[in-house]
Design a protein. Structure first.
Length: 191
């Protein structure tokens, strides 16, 4: 994440939303600072689209709706506004306001890692995501190698991590009760 503001100007959340809703490019917001988002690689895009299409097909008959990277998520407890690669909300969707462009209650979030986002997505950003009470599961999928890290919230609020490194594995998306073949996620991606 890299700051776009000049002379350390701090923005209010309302100023950010006004700017963001008119902006040509997406930016994240955290504690008064606005951060431009970088573009994605081919692998990143293919993986995100593959997984999103898979989820759309699997969730048709459930009360859960998947969203791609244009759905903004806001975490009121820590002020973060961000655009996960994939988010899923189950049950009634809650939004910041009547614009319906800022989701408050995702159940599942997935980030696709690239070289520039790997440390942030697995460290600081995940720490911020854990403040979302509705969030039950967080996946990090690498666009640099065959690797998926899965974090599942436990009843005591700890997070249990597991990792899959074999593209021929099938991973259970526990929160949604869906078996995910990694071959589907990495379709048309070779390392």
């Amino acid at each position: 994440m890299s700051a776009t503001n000049q002379k350390n100007k701090k923005y209010t959340q309302q100023e950010y939303l006004e700017l963001e809703r008119k902006a040509e490019y997406k930016s994240e917001f955290f504690k008064g600072e606005i951060f431009a988002m970088s573009g994605a690689t081919r692998h990143h895009n293919v993986i995100s689209i593959n997984f999103l299409v898979f989820l759309v097909q699997k969730l048709r008959s459930k009360s859960c709706r998947p969203y791609g990277s244009d759905m903004r998520v806001h975490i009121p407890l820590n002020s973060l506004y961000t655009y996960p690669d994939i988010s899923v909300v189950c049950g009634k969707e809650e939004y910041l306001d009547n614009e319906f462009d800022t989701l408050l209650n995702p159940t599942f979030i997935c980030e696709v890692l690239s070289t520039s986002t790997a440390d942030y997505d697995t460290g600081g950003k995940f720490t911020l995501y854990r403040s979302i009470e509705s969030l039950k599961e967080y996946w990090v999928i690498s666009s640099l190698e065959y690797r998926l890290q899965k974090f599942v919230r436990q009843p005591n609020n700890d997070w249990l991590m597991s990792e899959s490194l074999n593209v021929n594995e099938t991973v259970l998306l526990e929160t949604l009760s869906i078996e995910v073949p990694l071959m589907e996620v990495y379709l048309d991606v070779e390392f």
